[in-house]
Design a protein around this ligand. Structure first.
Ligand SMILES: [Zn+2]
Length: 287
């Protein structure tokens, strides 16, 4: 199965498996020494660890809401080798589209797309490349939402940020921009969680007093739950630290379900303790 279904109050949600990428374990764990991180996620011969490309689909009264869009189909073989991308669809253009089809949906059924940020592994599926090489919008009936600051940041890259932002993923998209905390539709909230990039957002789903949070790159896998286990990719790691501290306080007080975009095994779980550090309880594993 390419999806895992759960309820948040009366909202039905699906974690959709969009395939895999494989990134350098050292870069993924920042200053954490390898003897510690390799106990949690074992690296391959190229020192890379497997990562999911998981998206969240919410069946909302206002239509289907998709949070992040995976990596898409526009990249060439060289790129896919470097990042260890495995996301070709069996029937659709990508595994994400296969997962949608498994639930009986086509890309045209999606009414809202919310991007947590515009890195290629989160927004690559915003658009697709057809057989003639033309780029089109993948979800033609959807309103695409992103932080205004993130769109500007993506359009003005420097030597450090350029590799992650690829213009075909966002140039041809007409975005609805939000600025800071926002509720683009009832019960779907954008929570600014800066650090990985300055305008990164997580997405909180609320219904009937229950809450689930799609963390995106604030906490990419459950192995990253301890506060200082921050990716080397993060542009402002000390800002990530404070974003986590703030979010964890609410997640604990309100019993949030935490959904992990990049964890190859664990789809979701709740915040608990692992000795003195934060850890995971009640894990939901990919099927
Ligand atoms: Zn990212």
């Amino acid at each position: 199965m390419a999806h895992t279904t759960f309820k948040v109050g009366r909202l039905t949600c699906h974690a959709l498996e969009g395939g895999r990428q494989h990134l350098d374990g050292g870069a993924m764990f920042g200053v954490v020494p390898k003897p510690l991180w390799q106990r949690r996620i074992a690296p391959d011969a190229r020192n890379r660890i497997p990562l999911a490309l998981r998206c969240l689909l919410v069946e909302h009264d206002d239509g289907l809401v998709l949070v992040d869009t995976g990596l898409g189909n526009k990249e060439d073989d060289r790129f896919k080798d470097i990042y260890g991308v495995v996301n070709d669809g069996a029937n659709g253009r990508t595994r994400l589209e296969d997962a949608l089809a498994e639930l009986g949906h086509t890309p045209a059924d999606v009414r809202w797309v919310i991007n947590t940020h515009l890195h290629f592994d989160h927004a690559g599926g915003n658009t697709y490349r057809d057989a003639a090489g033309q780029v089109g919008v993948t979800f033609p009936q959807a309103r695409y939402v992103v932080q205004q600051g993130e769109l500007e940041f993506a359009r003005h890259t420097n030597e450090r940020t350029a590799a992650s932002y690829r213009a075909p993923n966002f140039d041809s998209v007409s975005f609805t921009l939000v600025d800071g905390a926002a509720e683009p539709l009832p019960g779907i909230r954008c929570l600014p969680t800066p650090g990985h990039v300055p305008y990164h957002q997580s997405v909180l789903v609320e219904s009937g007093g229950e809450r689930a949070c799609f963390l995106a790159d604030l906490v990419p896998t459950s192995a990253h739950l301890p506060l200082p286990w921050i990716m080397g990719y993060d542009l402002e790691p000390l800002v990530t630290l404070e974003s986590r501290r703030r979010l964890y306080a609410r997640a604990q007080a309100e019993g949030w379900l935490l959904v992990f975009e990049h964890d190859a095994d664990v789809v979701a779980g709740r915040l608990g303790r692992d000795g003195n550090a934060f850890g995971l309880v009640d894990p939901v594993r990919a099927g």
